[in-house]
Design a binder for this molecule. Structure first.
Ligand code: G1P
Length: 277
């Protein structure tokens, strides 16, 4: 059994839904109160035992690299001004021993293509994938729950939740083998990306995965499909011919911060914990 130590973060997407805010800054850098969205996702990974963060990025996303790098000038100013609380916020202890790796995805050909860009960094091991747009709040975190499920079942695991039937067309949707599934672990029969009609269930894929490195074999030969993009879902579907995949019904509250509505709700939710009014 391999320990999950690497997480891939596809962050090359354009963030058009947030224009003009995202004209000059990556959508992943939009703040949820005072912390950028991407930091919540990286924190989730690191707290789950991930040691290497692999960003699949693009030329418009340099601010993400800067955010996880050191800013000596700012640190020095904070230090000499005695502002140690802020110093801790920009130079976090939990990130000290974490390796950050950046791979450029030159053209945005979809999630499957983004993940394929990490192939040379993943060596005979299962790895995590986190889509930072999905902010999921829970302790233990969603990715921790998936890693526990991977340890238990020894196969790839994808995070799923129940959505209203009329919303299934926005997600990957799984079909399950009822006879072997339990309350929160569903063995997949099939998976389909954004079904227009007849969704196989109301169990939708969220942006958290723990996948076997076999996924690269299937990703390599994929043709673009839904939306003209290479879909990770299609590779998972092919993988089902050879191995088991579990859908894990995670516990937690999810905010789709790729949409303005979800983003504002995430801020409202976290603000309630911080402020009285
Ligand atoms: C991607 C996946 C989809 C999944 C979703 C979760 O879609 O392709 O299967 O359900 O993330 O957020 P996207 O939202 O990038 O269109």
């Amino acid at each position: 059994m391999t320990k999950i130590t690497k997480a891939v973060f596809p962050v090359a997407g354009l963030g058009t839904r947030f224009l003009p805010a995202t004209k000059a800054i990556p959508k992943e850098m939009l703040p949820i109160i005072d912390k950028p969205l991407i930091e919540y996702a990286v924190e989730e990974a690191v707290n789950a035992g991930i040691k290497e963060i692999i960003f699949i990025t693009s030329h418009t996303k340099r601010a993400i690299e800067d955010h996880f790098d050191q800013n000596f000038e700012l640190e020095e100013k904070l230090r000499s001004g005695g502002k140690n609380d802020f110093l801790k916020k920009i130079n976090r202890d939990i990130f000290r021993d974490i390796k950050f790796t950046y791979v450029r995805q030159k053209t945005q050909n979809g999630l499957g293509d983004a993940i394929l860009h990490s192939e040379h960094l993943i060596k005979n091991e299962a790895f995590a994938i986190i889509l930072a747009d999905d902010l999921i709040i829970n302790n233990p975190s969603c990715i921790s729950q998936l890693i526990s499920s991977y340890d238990e079942h020894q196969c790839s695991v994808i995070g799923v939740n129940e959505v209203p039937k009329n919303e299934t067309e926005k997600y990957g949707v799984i079909s399950i083998d009822e006879s072997t599934s339990t309350k929160s672990s569903f063995f997949l029969n099939d998976i389909v990306e954004k079904p227009k009609n007849n969704p196989p269930s109301n169990l939708a894929v969220v942006g958290r995965y723990v996948l076997s490195d076999k996924i690269f074999k299937y990703l390599k030969n994929l043709k673009p499909s839904v939306g003209g993009e290479v879909q990770l879902t299609d590779a998972i579907k092919l993988m089902l011919n050879d191995e088991k995949v579990v859908g894990h019904l995670y516990e937690g509250k999810k905010f789709d911060c790729g949409s303005r509505h979800g983003y504002v709700n995430a801020i409202k939710h976290l603000a309630k914990e911080l402020f009285d009014d």
